[in-house]
Write a protein that binds this ligand. Structure first.
Ligand SMILES: Cc1cc2nc3c(=O)[nH]c(=O)nc-3n(C[C@H](O)[C@H](O)[C@H](O)COP(=O)(O)O)c2cc1C
Length: 387
């Protein structure tokens, strides 16, 4: 009996796969601390570090946490891309990595407001670099200004609640009024176009394309290895690395997670032969997409580094807003990625939706309803800060 069949059996013959949300366990949940996610570090009394202990909770690709912070003054710091934490196979132009810097800045700004400060953010203070390169220059300089009567951003309340929910959803579309609320919310601060795809035709078409995109993604050893490197096969790996993602983020927990991790998941075997892992990823994508009735696209006309930072901020705000609305949100980025093998499918997708070739779909994500999942791990602030 192969691994997949056994896990299907664990799921009581419902045909679900190893990562499927229907096999959520029933025993007690591991503590947040076990997952290396203790929320903001309460022992920190330096306001810069306090703000950073929230910012590190930002959504970011593969939970790489690709941030380096240099403290530049008593109330200021600069943010850099960590060149050791890129995803060159699936994000060859580092576009998503820069989006993950925008999300960091947005959370820093919201956290500052909740702590009585205004965050003045200057993008690329030493000038922007090109879209196909990475330079050792700050992506932003942040100055914290103590402000009387600072307006606390209402999204501050969602900073510890937000997550990317990778479970299957409930197949029910967002209502028109929910879509309008999000549309109006996005228009308050964003120049990007937010588009919802919510018809049964969209559901069918996107399910097919997103599954196909995952098939393309996993059909290549280097790409598989990049993902496997960030997959956490057990709690020991989570504790050791405090980054990446694992079964818990897809909603698996308790005894079933323990059994799957103990008997059926092995880093060594998967690294030797990623075929099974790739097939599981395709099955999981198909199941996630089938369970979803509303997808959303964030589109920009420009795609310079600064636009990537800004869209990261917009995406993050939407993620916090949907958390406040009790909705689940999950990016599905494969079809947007820039490596050669993906481009024909991406072209078909853009043409189908009448998106100009020169425009960039920066984020594609699904929305719906589902039980919350465990937060993914985070490193300590001290590991991203350089004095
Ligand atoms: C630019 C970007 C792209 C992402 N793409 C994907 C994706 O394709 N599939 C996925 O499961 N999660 C994706 N995510 C979500 C991350 O995996 C998630 O943010 C990270 O693991 C941290 O988890 P959290 O958002 O729950 O805190 C993406 C996030 C960002 C910011």
């Amino acid at each position: 009996m192969n691994r997949r069949n056994f896990i299907q059996l664990l799921g009581a013959g419902t045909g679900i796969t190893m990562f499927g949300s229907s096999i959520v366990g029933c025993s007690s949940e591991p503590s947040a601390e076990l997952y290396g996610w203790a929320g903001p570090e309460s022992t920190l009394d330096d306001i810069r570090l306090k703000v950073l202990s929230y910012a590190i909770l930002a959504p970011n690709p593969h939970n790489k946490q690709p941030w380096i912070v240099k403290l530049t003054g008593p109330l200021s710091f600069e943010l850099y891309v960590d060149p050791e934490r890129l995803l060159p196979e699936t994000d060859p132009h580092y576009r998503q990595i820069h989006i993950g810097h925008g999300t960091f800045l947005e959370i820093a700004s919201i956290a500052a407001s909740g702590l009585g400060y205004q965050a003045d953010i200057e993008y690329f203070p030493q000038s922007q670099y090109g879209n196909m390169e990475l330079q050792n220059k700050p992506v932003a300089r942040v100055e914290l200004v103590k402000t009387a009567n600072v307006q606390v951003d209402p999204l501050f309340n969602q900073l510890l609640n937000r997550r990317s929910n990778k479970r299957d959803y409930d197949q029910i579309a967002l209502t028109i009024s929910e879509q309008q609320e999000l549309q109006q919310f996005n228009q308050q601060t964003s120049d990007a176009t937010l588009v919802f795809k919510s018809s049964p035709q969209d559901q069918k078409q996107l399910s097919q394309w997103l599954t196909q995109a995952m098939k393309i993604e996993t059909g290549n050893r280097a790409r598989d290895h990049e993902t496997i490197a960030m997959f956490r096969f057990n709690d020991e790996e989570v504790k050791k690395h405090r980054d990446g993602f694992g079964l818990a983020q897809s909603g698996m927990s308790g005894i079933k997670k323990m059994v799957a991790e103990t008997f059926f998941l092995s880093r060594e075997k998967t690294e030797n032969d990623p075929t099974d892992f790739g097939n599981q990823a395709v099955d999981m994508t198909q199941s996630q997409a089938h369970s979803t009735a509303t997808f959303a696209l964030l589109i920009t006309t420009d795609n310079q580094r600064i636009d990537q930072l800004k869209i990261g901020r917009d995406y993050c705000r939407i993620n916090l807003k949907t958390a406040a609305m009790g909705l689940a949100q999950h990016p599905m980025s494969q079809i947007l990625q820039e490596y050669e093998d993906m481009l024909p499918l991406q072209k078909t997708f853009k043409q189908h939706y009448g998106i100009a070739e020169s425009d960039t779909v920066q984020m594609l994500f699904r929305l719906g309803r589902a039980q919350p999942t465990k937060h993914s791990a985070r490193r300590l602030v001290s590991s991203i800060v350089q004095a």
